[in-house]
Design a protein around this ligand. Structure first.
Ligand code: AMP
Length: 218
């Protein structure tokens, strides 16, 4: 099955998807991580995506859909997948449904609900590890040693799109698309909503319960 984890930028999708993947063994596929890897590699796809990402805009659908289809064709995504950051608009949701219509593979969605004021605060206090991708929050999930990744020891950075002016643009540009996608999954009876505010473990408990009810268990 495919579990689509929906949520605004800063809702905690990456952190929660990583924990759910560790608990269930399902592959964690995040479009933002795929783009950042392409940018780090200096590939043509990365160069094309970078300008949109730095402006807080969505990367064009054609590029994004081709990239995710190539990723989902890999062996580790053959059975259970947690999709993080895709789909982000109705055209992407339609492409995902169309890709699996013939196989009958089940697609369910869980929405992590977080108020906008909390999103802004979380994004500007976020620090990430450029090597392993682990995400931190300066107050609620600080690294053990300031500025250093607990997992791999690399120096933490602020994502270029987490700069305060870009955060505002991302929320302005992306919340409407999220709402439309939420409505699509709701209308087709495939949506569960989970409160995304609280301690990371607490939210993970709610998400794991919703995922299990949708058919994703350990
Ligand atoms: P994220 O790490 O999920 O916040 O994604 C970082 C940025 O990558 C987003 O702000 C977009 O610019 C781009 N991006 C990620 N996923 C998508 C998507 N499904 N469609 C278009 N752009 C995306």
């Amino acid at each position: 099955m495919i579990l689509v984890l929906l949520g605004a930028p800063g809702a905690g999708k990456g952190t929660q998807a990583e924990a759910l993947s560790a608990a269930t063994g399902a592959a964690h596929v995040a479009t933002g991580d795929l783009f950042r890897a392409e940018i780090a590699a200096g590939s043509p796809l990365g160069l094309a995506a970078q300008q949109f990402i730095n402006a807080g805009q969505l990367v064009p659908d054609e590029v994004t859909i081709n990239m995710i289809q190539a990723r989902l064709a890999k062996p580790d995504a053959a059975s259970r997948v947690i999709l993080d950051g895709f789909p982000r608009n109705p055209a992407q949701a339609a492409a995902l449904d169309a890709a699996y219509a013939a196989s009958g593979r089940e697609i369910s969605a869980v929405l992590l609900k977080v108020d906008r004021a909390i999103l802004e605060e979380r994004l500007t206090a976020r620090r990430v590890c450029p090597s392993c991708g682990r995400s931190y929050h300066l107050l609620s999930r600080p690294p053990q040693s300031a500025g250093v990744c607990d997992v791999c020891g690399s120096a933490l950075i602020t994502r270029s799109d987490d700069a305060p002016e870009t955060v505002a643009a991302r929320l302005a540009n992306q919340l409407a698309g999220l709402d439309s996608v939420v409505e699509l999954y709701r209308a087709s009876g495939r949506l569960t909503e989970v409160n995304g505010v609280g301690a990371i473990d607490e939210v993970q408990g709610r998400l794991a319960a919703a995922a299990a009810a949708a058919g994703l268990t350990a």
